[in-house]
Design a protein around this ligand. Sequence first.
Ligand SMILES: [Ca+2]
Length: 250
Amino acid sequence: MTKKLFLAVVLATLFSSVVAAQEGEVAKETPASEGSQAISAAPEASEATKAPEASESVMIADFEGWPNNLGGEMGVYGSLEPDWDNVAAVPYSWAYETITPGYDTKNVHDGKQSFRLVNALGLKPNETWGSFAMDLGPTTNLTVVPKRVESFNASKYKYLTFWMRGEKGGEKIEFLVRDSHALNYMPQVKHKLPDAKTEWKKVVVPLAQFKGRVDLTALDNIGLAFGPDVGNLRGEIIYIDTFMFTNSAE
Ligand SMILES: [Ca+2]
């Protein structure tokens, strides 16, 4: 159940005190082989997008299942934390599924599911920050802080892209990244993105700008800040879908 997974993530987060992270993470192998172009023929089984060069992209999360497409856990924190006893009546941050109350396909970019972020209608309405975050590989060690995951080597990709739709338009977000060298759960990069619009919009984040601030060969976690700290009001909602690393900004 997603609820149990959510609680597990919360519990894992609560372990945070001061334990030094360990080095030596093995970079995750990625589907994109170096130097291969693979423009025609040979359809890639794992890629169902319209991207013409399948090997040039890798899906991080289409939110059609759990965990994400890289095997990573996903969670919401701070002002985004849901009140699970009240989800029948109040919009909540979590996977947006056909069973979600009020489900509407307009809130899904591809497939049948997306992920919804709702600010300050859950357990912590007065929290000063709120974020969505997801690991870029399976968990390998939960006994340390930050927990260890299989890191992802994103150095061969130019962009991170995803799709976003705001409930009212004008919702604010910032992009977050953490690598395998981080000593705690604080993201090493917090990068402002364009505000949401009411129609689905593709967000393209060039990765080169983060060189020197984060190790692109060993990324552990990416996320979005969506709380009061980035300027959102109580009850603001966005839908996100289709996170990819890619070499095409199209
Ligand atoms: Ca989807």
